[in-house]
Design a protein. Structure first.
Lengths: 84, 402
């Protein structure tokens, strides 16, 4: 019974760690110009998550400077500038 | 003040995540080189009623990818290149050398933000490219897992990869030698036009990718003196609450010296196809709707089974609808339906039409910012001349991109 409980605890803690999903961060490219960069690669992220991260980063909105997408595998990146 | 705080937070993120960019960047003289790619594998269990399940492990809709790219600025021009190799992962017997490999990309570009970009070389086709790029199964499995039976004998799929939604919602854009021009991004509007390598119409007794029994015409002279012509236009928008994209694209090619199923020359018809799609996102929800229609192009691969037994053009159409939602765990769940139809053409005789319909349920979890875990269930129903073949596929695996 103890072994079963330990196995259950390990399973739940393992699942809890796996469920802590991680998205790509926003990175500063030019602090003076408030220019940022982020990626939204893969199946779990998409252009919508790139846009959501930009919205959360820029209180006054943002302007997209460049969006790139590689056809090979859902590589997506967005460079944007926060409005002042 | 808020902006300053957020900038500080972003700076901290930068310090904590030193290599968040895709790929590994290497300064090399005038160039900045980037090594990037994809590694993926999936366990798949495919079952057709009345037969035992087929369990396999292989690559999904994407092969593995190792891509080397470079960028530089020379003579007031942005210059880039990409060369990639794409090994598959599936093999089913010893001494097979591992698996098949493809060479999908080898191109360079030059241009400037002020006037646009010229691309020369092999890359994803222009027509229907947004259809596959918006397919949620692109980084999963979808249809055509190893061992999936076709409705005419044989197995579905190209071997290196599965099919995702190809042939059950959209035509495959494929990888083509091309010379194209893309406009600058004008407040979200962008257009691309170009010439691509003309291909032969493929036919014979079965459809190449779906292994469906369809007797078709063919050709052996590609486009003769003409290339294929492709173009697309898109508009990206990002309002406060709703973000999305609308696109259209088209393709046309002369089929020089088309042949009927008895290899008799029946003339040089022109294949044409167009599509339209929209993707909308709001509050974690995403919806994609897509439709295409054409003649002479087939229903799975471009110019595959597009001609009837006597060499006349067949009409084809299809589309898909896809809904996704991002859970608080950052897991994206999705439900998709897609269908492709190929109508009988003049002189088809026994062929009365073909329809491929699929339902896909998927969960895509970002384990880390570079690793996704994927679980999918795919239900496929192929109907040819009134005979239906149903297949259920469960897929579990993961994909890493760097």
């Amino acid at each position: 019974m103890k072994l079963l409980m330990m196995a259950l605890v390990l399973l739940l803690s393992g699942c809890a760690q796996l469920m802590n999903g991680q998205q790509a961060p926003v990175i500063i490219k030019d602090a003076n110009q408030h220019i940022m960069y982020t990626t939204c690669n893969g199946a779990a992220e998409g252009w919508d998550t790139c846009a959501t991260k930009a919205t959360k980063t820029c209180t006054n909105g943002y302007t997209v400077i460049e969006k790139t997408e590689n056809a090979q595998g859902g590589f997506r990146s967005m460079t944007f500038q926060c409005k002042k | 003040m808020n902006n300053q705080i957020k900038l500080a937070v972003a700076a901290a993120l930068l310090a904590a995540a030193s290599s968040a960019n895709a790929g590994i960047s290497i300064p090399a003289g005038d160039w900045t080189l980037d090594i990037g790619g994809v590694v993926n594998a999936f366990y798949t269990s495919t079952k057709t009623p009345g037969s035992s399940a087929s369990s396999n492990i292989g690559t999904g809709l994407l092969p593995n990818v190792l891509a080397v790219s470079g960028t530089t600025r020379q003579n007031d021009l942005d210059v880039t290149f990409v060369i990639a190799i794409d090994p598959g992962g599936y093999s089913n017997h010893s001494l097979s050398g591992g698996s098949a490999a493809e060479n999908r990309q080898a191109f360079f570009t030059f241009g400037d933000k002020s006037w646009g970009t010229v691309k020369i070389g092999k890359d994803l086709g222009i027509f229907a490219s947004d259809a596959i790029l918006n397919d949620m199964t692109l980084l999963g499995v979808g249809n055509g897992a190893p061992g999936q039976a076709g409705n005419g004998g044989g197995t579905v799929g190209a071997g290196t990869t599965t099919l995702g939604g190809i042939g059950a919602g959209y035509l495959y854009a494929d990888w083509k030698e091309q010379i194209s021009y893309t406009t600058p991004n004008m407040n979200g509007f962008q257009a691309t036009g170009g010439i691509t390598q003309a291909w032969n119409e493929t036919g014979g007794a079965t459809d190449l990718l779906t292994s469906t029994a369809i007797t078709s015409g063919s050709s052996a002279s590609t486009g003769g003196s003409q290339p294929a012509f492709e173009g697309k236009a898109s508009y990206d928008f990002a309002a406060d609450a709703v973000k999305g994209k609308v696109w259209v694209s088209g393709y046309t090619q002369k089929i020089q010296n088309a042949l009927n199923s008895n290899s008799v020359n029946v003339g040089s018809p022109t294949a044409t196809v167009g599509d339209i799609g929209v993707n909308l996102n709001a509050a974690g929800f995403g919806v994609t709707a897509y439709y295409y229609g054409g003649t002479g192009v087939g229903a799975t691969g471009l110019l595959d089974a597009g001609l009837s037994a006597n060499g006349s053009k067949r009409d084809s159409n299809g589309g898909y609808v896809q809904g996704t939602y991002v859970l608080p765990t950052a897991t994206k769940i999705g439900l998709a339906w897609g269908e492709s139809e190929l109508d009988a053409g003049t002189g088809d005789g026994t062929f009365k039409g073909y329809k491929n319909e699929r339902w896909t349920v998927g969960a895509y979890h970002p384990l880390t910012k570079h690793v996704n875990l994927v679980a999918e269930y795919n239900n496929d129903k192929v109907t040819t001349n009134g005979t239906t073949l149903k297949t259920d596929t469960v897929s579990l695996g993961g994909i890493l991109f760097f």
